[in-house]
Design a protein around this ligand. Structure first.
Ligand code: DX5
Ligand code: ZN
Length: 218
């Protein structure tokens, strides 16, 4: 519905200047700020958690789109809500009680998302559709920026689009999004694009503006 939302992932930004990077990419045309939380357990990398998110929260009014690559997620949902996340997305593979996790997120007044690894079938969302605000389809195996786009997921985008029907649920794509791959997933039904390396390459606000523009035009 409407224009494509661009959500730069700060995973590819300069962490020594994280607050400034968030401000720069917001000024450069980001719609949402995508925050990749990794625990070294669910995924083979560690990033940051609620204290860091809280520290950068007042640098922009943009939606904080928090992608939790952590297991278990439930014990930390309240901390991410308190830190200022607007959307909290958990992985379907991260625990046995997806319905409970989604209820917990909404009970805190936040938007609830579920993320699926490339190998996870879309059928896992079938019975939680009424508890969902967003479906995040991974087009790389989560853990690192700069990986190659997995095109087999394009078919899953179409299937998820059909499953959600008329419900107001965003379909977000994460991993290997570039001006070349973006049109493949928007044509299949995605309306939110995460991009890390493709946005932050160049390292300046002017570069971010050009990079976001190139994805938007594609
Ligand atoms: C991967 C993260 C992504 C990552 C995307 O685990 O969830 O958000 O930052 O990076 P690029 O756009 O470089 O593939
Ligand atoms: Zn992500």
């Amino acid at each position: 519905t409407g224009k494509t939302i661009i959500a730069p992932s700060v995973l590819s930004s300069d962490f020594s200047r994280l607050g400034d990077e968030v401000e720069a990419v917001a000024r450069a045309g980001a719609d949402w700020i995508h925050l990749d939380v990794m625990d070294g357990h669910f995924v083979p990398n560690i990033t940051f958690g609620p204290p860091v998110i809280k520290a950068i929260r007042d640098r922009t009014d943009k939606v904080f789109d928090c992608h939790l690559m952590i297991a278990p997620a439930d014990p930390y949902i309240a901390a991410f809500a308190d830190a200022g996340c607007d959307i909290i997305t958990v992985h379907a593979e991260a625990g046995p009680h997806l319905d409970r996790s989604l209820q917990a997120i909404r009970s805190l007044g936040k938007k609830a998302g579920v993320s699926l690894n490339p190998s996870t079938p879309e059928s896992v969302i079938e019975y939680v559709l009424d508890r969902l605000d967003l479906v995040l389809l991974m087009t790389v195996n989560p853990g690192f920026g700069g990986q190659a786009f997995i095109s087999a997921v394009i078919d899953k985008v179409r299937r998820v689009k059909a499953l959600i029907g008329q419900r107001p649920i965003d379909i977000e794509i994460d991993g290997g999004v570039t001006p070349d791959t973006a049109p493949l997933v928007t044509a299949a039904g995605a309306n939110v694009l995460v991009a890390g390396s493709a946005v932050f390459k160049g390292g300046t606000e002017a570069a971010y503006r050009a990079n976001i523009g190139a994805i938007r035009q594609a």
